[in-house]
Design a protein around this ligand. Structure first.
Ligand code: ADP
Ligand code: MG
Length: 494
């Protein structure tokens, strides 16, 4: 099927200086060729009240991450068994400890994070309903704000130019200010650095697939504040071009002072594959620049914390009873797997003996590391009673309702300008809510909810990667959540 909609008037294989809803794809024949990112044809339905609650929870989650980041003992207790078996977590913790021991040079810390949710079907005696379940919290490299704002505009264009009716009189399309608010988060931190003529340094991978999204943030910062200078540079190049000045200022190219280090990379072991990588991360952490996020903030997003904090009584170490209870309503069931603890042994038993669908997760980001459903039991059995299991958590499976929509993928044909419409119209969506926080130690200076991202993937596919072609970026249409209404939008029967 051919599609008549040009995603934001983009053509395939544009030069990388163009901006739009685009990605680099490794399979294209030149690294500077791009194609549009997968997107859905229409906005994705989402219950209005649940969306509002997710937005309202985000400043609470930002605060939670900040408090975890600052709780040295809690970090140590929670992550030490993982560090024994996982080199990556060990290295992150090691740097964190060095910084704590030396004393932090820069007490200001910033984070652009994103909490991801999926809708879960709830069956009670009297009715079926939906609730949001937290999938994970991303505390580093929380991307796609630029592309999600772009898809919101694209959908508005489709709806108004192609005579698409609103699904119901009360349905509405919420604004998505994620790009603006993510940029504002960086500006907030920059202002607190309080020195003119400094730079925001965005650390990216060598060949950034998601370059247009990073560029969008950079351009939005400059549009809002033309006096702020920005640089995007690969981690490896950063390691070759940065040093500390006499007052631990972070200097790039010898003379340019960096106010903000904005990490869009550095979240996966493979990102540290060159000799000086860990030394560079340490140098950045030691510097006077404000890190977005600092290493302790990065650690606070590890999945292990979801398992540890999945009960209000544990959350109350950090949050009020009321906030803890609200947040815990979005939690899934979790089990640890540490073989030497009773709770871990129970987790092993659940993972190997029930017929429930479960997800096994290590302390990793960026897709491709989890095991789902029937793959969990053989893995656990293979590593039974070994320390290796300490680095994983077991999570209940979120049973999302299917919705009708279409994913528009880039054409496989390099010579064609057409886009391919994925015929599969049974999708499940994941809502991401961005958060932005800047704090001086525990003293919060800015704390906000910062817009949304929706990714819709084909039902039955477990991983949700946009670049991998499994999911399309979508936007929201908010609907009222009475069951009769919901069943018009979702297939909730099975
Ligand atoms: P990553 O850090 O690799 O993004 P996630 O925890 O976000 O890891 O999991 C990747 C994808 O797997 C999610 O985007 C979601 O589509 C799916 N997923 C994760 N956890 C669950 C779950 N408990 N139930 C159903 N699907 C899940
Ligand atoms: Mg994820």
């Amino acid at each position: 099927m051919r599609c008549v909609i040009d995603p934001c008037h983009l053509t395939n294989r544009t030069n990388t200086t163009s901006l739009g809803i685009v990605l680099r794809y490794p399979q294209l024949s030149h690294r500077n060729y791009t194609s549009h990112a997968p997107f859905t044809l229409f906005p994705s339905p989402f219950p209005r009240e649940i969306y509002q609650e997710c937005l309202d929870l985000q400043p609470i989650i930002n605060t939670l991450l900040l408090k975890i980041a600052n709780d040295v003992d809690f970090n140590e207790d929670s992550l030490s068994s993982i560090a024994q078996v996982d080199e990556f977590t060990r290295n992150l913790l090691k740097i964190n400890k060095i910084i704590q021991k030396e004393g932090v040079t820069q007490p200001l810390i910033a984070c652009i994070c994103r909490t991801d949710y999926m809708l879960d079907k709830q069956q009670s005696d009297i009715k079926l309903s939906l609730r949001a379940r937290q999938v994970e919290i991303n505390a580093i490299a929380s991307g796609m704000a630029g592309l999600s704002t772009g898809v919101h505009s694209l959908h508005q264009h489709i709806l108004s130019n192609y005579s698409v009716n609103k699904p119901s009189a009360s349905a509405s399309y919420p604004e998505n200010q994620s790009l603006d608010l993510v940029a504002q988060g960086l500006i907030d931190a920059y202002e607190l650095y309080n020195k003119p003529d400094c730079y925001i340094l965005c650390i990216r991978e060598e060949v950034a697939l998601n370059f247009a999204d990073q560029l969008a943030v950079e351009q939005r910062v400059r549009a809002k504040r033309p006096d702020i200078k920005t640089i995007r540079r690969s981690f490896k190049k950063v390691s070759e071009t940065t040093k500390l000045g006499p007052n631990k200022q972070l200097l790039i190219d010898d003379t340019k002072e960096v106010a903000i280090v904005y990490f869009r990379y550095g979240y996966d072991p493979s990102n540290y594959d060159f000799l000086t990588a860990w030394d560079t991360r340490l140098l950045l952490e030691r510097s006077r620049a404000i890190k977005c996020p600092s290493i302790n903030f990065h650690l606070s997003g590890l999945k292990k914390y979801q398992q540890i904090l999945n009960k209000p009584e544990y959350l109350e170490r950090f949050l009020s009873t009321r906030d803890s209870e609200r947040l815990a309503k979005t939690f899934c069931e979790f089990w640890p797997l540490d073989p030497e603890t009773t709770a871990g042994q129970e987790g092993f038993r659940v993972g190997t003996s029930t017929s429930r669908k479960l997800v096994l997760k290590p302390q990793r980001e960026g897709g491709g590391h989890n095991l789902y459903g029937k793959d969990v039991k053989p893995f656990l059995t293979e590593f039974a009673n070994t320390d290796q299991l300490s680095q994983y958590i077991l999570m209940g499976y979120i049973d999302s309702p299917k919705e009708k929509n279409w994913i528009l993928l880039p054409s496989d044909d390099e010579l064609s300008d057409s886009i391919r419409i994925e015929q599969n119209d049974q999708l499940v969506s994941e809502l991401g809510i961005y958060g932005s926080i800047v704090a001086d130690g525990l003293n919060i200076q800015h704390n906000r909810s910062a817009g949304y991202l929706v990714r819709s993937k084909k039902h039955g596919i477990e991983e949700g990667g946009v670049a991998a072609g499994f999911a399309g970026i979508s936007s929201l249409v908010l609907i009222d959540d009475e069951l009769d209404n919901l069943s018009r939008y979702f297939d909730i029967d099975n």
